[in-house]
Design a protein around this ligand. Structure first.
Ligand SMILES: Nc1ncnc2c1ncn2[C@@H]1O[C@H](COP(=O)(O)OP(=O)(O)O)[C@@H](O)[C@H]1O
Ligand SMILES: [Mg+2]
Length: 243
């Protein structure tokens, strides 16, 4: 059986002369929670953007559920079953929580949109009391919840997140990770880029290390937590805060 998401020899970048990704191979199974770690500038965000159709792939391919989605327009990704929560600008801060959700569901038939929004409030009960408040009044953690709630409106089989814990207080980081773990346990695959390597590996199933646009090490998150190389490079400064 093939993986839900599969990257095979993906080469690409912001201009054809200067590839950033030098042949990435990666797999995410249905309902699996996968973390990507790696140094700054490794190409983690670029890899996510390439999967989402925002960065040009010049060689290799990306499949979702066996269907080739290489370089497909980003607008088609929701229909294909994928949602992407970028690192910044993932919600509209001047709009209310309800407006954010309605906008996220605007392509759905009216009844389905209402159902999915109701489900979003069920999954994230903390958001209910802020329904009619501007999203800027939310805390950092609540904003991430709203961003994920929006991503789920298209009922994706895979949610990709770029550094969801960036800028959050340590106790809130754990809430976000637990929320993503629950999502994966409910059958929605999660692919997450994280700076907080230790926390991310503690909640996820598998981890890839990316460096200089290439896969370096990968394995179960448990194995990776105990891998001497990973320990030396990525777990030595676990107390460091993200910018
Ligand atoms: N919009 C862009 N245009 C051109 N180069 C970029 C752009 N964004 C990132 N890069 C370059 O791509 C490389 C990888 O960056 P990025 O994927 O953001 O790394 P990471 O997310 O792992 O920190 C870096 O050398 C960076 O300078
Ligand atoms: Mg990045």
């Amino acid at each position: 059986m093939s993986a839900l998401l599969e990257l095979t020899g993906v080469i690409g970048g912001y201009s054809p002369e200067l590839p950033i990704l030098h042949g990435i191979d990666m797999q995410v199974d249905a309902g699996e929670f996968v973390t990507i770690i790696g140094p700054n500038g490794a190409g983690k965000s670029t890899a996510m953007k390439a999967i989402a159709g925002l960065v040009r792939i010049t060689e290799g391919r990306v499949t979702l559920d066996g269907r080739d989605i290489t370089n497909h327009p980003t607008e088609e990704m929701a229909e294909a079953g994928m949602a992407f929560v970028p690192q910044t600008a993932n919600i509209f801060t001047t709009l209310t929580i309800d407006e954010n959700l309605k906008l996220g569901a605007h392509t759905l038939p009216r009844k389905q949109a209402a159902q999915r929004i109701a489900q979003a409030y069920e999954r994230f009960p903390d958001l209910v009391k802020f329904r009619d408040s501007a999203a800027r009044s939310l805390s950092g953690g609540q904003r991430q919840m709203l961003a994920v709630a929006r991503a789920l409106l298209c009922a994706p089989r895979l949610v990709m997140l770029d550094e969801p814990s960036a800028g959050l207080a340590p106790n809130i980081v754990q809430d976000v990770f637990v929320m993503l773990r629950r999502l994966a346990d409910d059958g929605v695959a999660v692919l997450m880029v994280e700076q907080n390597a230790k926390g991310a590996m503690a909640v996820s199933d598998r981890t890839y290390v990316l460096a200089e646009g290439e896969n370096r090490i990968s394995g179960t998150s448990q194995e990776m937590l105990n891998n001497p190389e990973v320990k030396a490079i990525y777990l030595g400064n676990a107390g460091r805060k993200s910018a």
